[in-house]
Design a protein around this ligand. Structure first.
Ligand code: HEM
Length: 433
């Protein structure tokens, strides 16, 4: 009976979705964010380009969000105090609180009320960011290079004599996870478990056509991760140590710097942001190179170009496609009125392809000068781990090209994940010869 009910519900939901798409197509002269189609999943940029050309800030009925695809506006929204990240302040918060209560998600509700810095406006944002930044100084991150190289080498040693390897499973996933776990002082033996939890968690964030089961899986993973950090932090209170978690424990004990729940949120944010994104940068970047053979051959002979190529990969196939901001108060922006709490989807992917920001933006070109992208965000929330991600991916590409002279993509059309926020592959098998 339950099964029949949920099939009927799905049928009705898809029918309603299709009706909205048809209506929107008529209303917006053919422009629509139809995120369920294969075309969109394979090439969302075409849609973002048409949205920008129609209206740089376009309300999409399918997502109930105002999408911002023009670089100038995207940067302004990420930088300007009139746009906020703290969803607790707006009417949407009550809906979320009710959802958490109804689902019996006490831990999630607790964390919603005590979010990580990613979801905080000043002054709380600046208070926590300052603490976290101590763990990400350029000097410290650069000092990790030999350690990162060792991790890459050990991943590649394992596949060295094989005919093929999976770039995602064998290198792009473990590398950033091992590095962030080391920085945070998490036990190595927990690696598989927290990687599984973070993958499950992301299914519920920006997933396309997310099912009830996926939402449950994501909530379970979220709560398991918070409980995991709670246990780690409590057992380490007496001897905090010198790693990232140790420093947070000391900061919490000094008082008024961050509370214990903010600490859990910070650990969760670092763990997820610290590896899920870099995995996608390496995977998306390598796939793009395979589709631009001449540039790949040039790169293999000219390693000094790798850093610029990575910036172009970030611009062209960003791991994070969008982020959300809310109108802090009733406001007029670009000659249009918005109510307090209006949510905007700042389209990183769309802004990166704005022809006013980059010439021939739909062309992948590792030789491009002055690459303009917001793939690490912009303004006060700009990514804290950008230099770490750049170093990890540079060493990954250098090491692969050093070791393997002939590389060939086994599946020329790998399946992109179905997610509006995170873009990447589950697997990317590569033939070695
Ligand atoms: C290619 C890899 C990465 C990409 C594409 C990426 C992307 C981003 C983006 C777009 C934001 C801004 C979100 C917003 O404004 O709403 C952000 C923030 C953040 N990222 Fe990353 N990230 C990457 C790697 C990392 C790594 C390796 C770490 C840590 C080890 C990290 C930690 C953070 C943190 C803590 C924030 C929040 C900053 C704040 O709210 O002030 N990221 N990242």
């Amino acid at each position: 009976m339950n099964n029949l009910y949920s099939r009927l519900k799905n049928f009705l939901l898809i029918g309603a979705y299709k009706a909205i798409v048809t209506f929107e197509k008529i209303f917006n002269k053919g422009v629509v964010l139809d995120f369920l189609t294969k075309d969109f999943i394979n090439n969302p940029y075409k849609t973002y380009n048409s949205m920008r050309a129609h209206k740089p800030i376009l309300f999409s009925q399918t997502t109930r969000l105002h999408w911002v695809t023009k670089m100038e506006f995207a940067q302004e929204m990420l930088r300007d105090k009139r746009f906020s990240v703290d969803d607790r302040k707006y009417p949407i918060a009550n809906k979320r609180r009710k959802e958490f209560k109804k689902a019996g998600r006490e831990i999630m509700l607790d964390q919603f009320e005590n979010p990580s810095m990613l979801k905080l406006d000043p002054p709380d944002h600046s208070r926590i960011r300052k603490l976290v930044q101590y763990g990400f100084t350029n000097r410290y991150i650069t000092s990790l290079e030999p350690e990162i190289k060792k991790v890459v080498d050990s991943c590649l040693d394992r596949v060295h004599n094989q005919n093929s390897f999976d770039l995602i499973e064998d290198l792009a996933k473990p590398l950033p996870a091992i590095v962030i776990a080391k920085m945070m002082g998490l036990p190595n033996e927990d690696l598989d478990q927290f990687q599984a939890w973070s993958e499950d968690l992301l299914v519920g964030v920006g997933g396309i056509g997310t099912s009830k089961e996926d939402i449950k899986k994501s909530g379970d993973a979220y709560e398991a991760l918070i409980s995991y950090f709670e246990k780690i932090i409590l057992t380490r209170k007496d001897s905090p140590g010198d790693d990232f978690i140790g420093k947070l424990i000391q900061a919490e004990e000094e008082g008024d710097k961050l509370n214990i729940k903010e600490m859990y949120g910070t650990c969760l944010l670092l763990l997820i942001a610290g590896h899920e994104t870099t995995t996608r940068l390496i995977g998306n970047g390598m796939f793009t190179l395979f589709n631009h053979h001449d540039q790949m051959s040039h790169l293999i002979k000219n390693f000094e170009l790798i850093p610029n190529a990575i910036e172009e990969m970030l611009r062209y196939e960003p791991p994070v496609h969008a982020t959300v901001r809310f109108a802090e108060n009733d406001m007029v922006y670009n000659n249009k009125s918005y109510k307090r709490g209006t949510p905007f989807a700042v389209s990183i992917a769309g802004a990166n392809r704005d022809p006013e920001a980059n010439e021939n933006p739909n062309e992948f070109n590792i030789f491009r000068d002055n690459i303009k992208h917001i793939s690490f965000g912009y303004g006060p929330h700009m990514c804290i781990g950008a230099s770490l991600a750049r170093i990890e991916s540079r060493i990954a590409f250098e090491s692969i090209f050093e070791r393997f002279k002939q590389l060939e993509l086994i599946d020329k059309n790998p399946v992109w994940g179905r997610n509006l926020i995170f873009r990447g592959f589950e697997n990317l098998p590569i033939k070695l010869s």
